[in-house]
Design a protein around this ligand. Structure first.
Ligand code: HEC
Length: 138
C-alpha cells in the first residue's frame, strides 16, 4: 500500500508537467485546421462572376498570359517586349484595369473575346498587367 502512493504521485506529476506540451501541440494544430474553415463561405469569388472585374489581378502572372494568349501579335507593350500594330499601342492608350478587363473579356473592334479562352482570373491578371505596365488610369 505504502509503495503505490509515491508512484501515483510521480505519474500525476509527470502528467501535470506534460500537460502544457499537449495543450501547445493541440492548440497549434487546431488553429491551422480552423483557418480555412473560417474563410470558407465568405469568399464570393465563384458566385460573383456576373461580368464585373474582380477586385484586382496579379500583374506578374498577367505578363505570362499576355505572351501566351497572343496579345503580343496585335499590341505594342514595352513591358511585354511586344510590337504588334493591329490593335492600339497599349503603352499609349492609358487603358485602366476595368476597361482592359472588359475589352479582353468581350473583345470587339477587331479584337477577339477571351472570356471563353481564358479563366476570369487570367483575364484579371493580364488586365492588371496592361493597366500597370501602361500606367493606365484605374
Ligand atoms: C487580332 C488582334 C488582337 C489580339 C490578338 C488582341 N487584341 Fe487587344 N485590341 C485589338 C484591337 C483591334 C483593339 C481596338 C478595339 C477597339 O478600338 O474597339 C484592341 C483593344 C485592346 C484594348 C483596349 C485599348 C484601349 O483602346 O484602351 C486592350 C486593353 C487590349 N486590346 C488588350 C489585349 C490583350 C491583353 C490581349 C491578349 C489577351 C489582346 N488585346 C489581344 C486587337 C487585338
Amino acid at each position: 500500500m505504502g509503495k503505490i502512493a509515491p508512484v501515483r504521485r510521480l505519474v500525476i506529476l509527470l502528467l501535470v508537467l506534460a500537460l502544457p506540451f499537449f495543450v501547445v501541440a493541440c492548440g497549434s494544430s487546431s488553429s491551422e485546421n480552423t483557418a480555412p474553415e473560417t474563410v470558407e463561405g465568405t469568399l464570393p469569388q465563384e458566385e460573383d462572376t456576373g461580368g464585373n472585374a474582380p477586385a484586382e489581378g496579379d500583374a506578374a502572372a498577367g505578363k505570362e498570359v499576355f505572351a501566351s494568349a497572343g496579345c503580343a501579335g496585335c499590341h505594342t507593350l514595352e513591358a511585354a517586349g511586344s510590337s504588334g500594330t493591329t490593335g492600339p499601342n497599349l503603352d499609349e492608350s492609358g487603358t485602366g484595369y476595368e476597361e482592359a478587363f472588359e475589352q479582353i473579356s468581350n473583345g470587339g473592334g477587331g479584337m477577339p473575346a477571351y472570356k471563353d479562352q481564358l479563366e476570369e482570373k487570367e483575364i484579371a491578371d493580364v488586365a492588371a498587367f496592361v493597366a500597370e505596365s501602361a500606367g493606365g488610369r484605374r
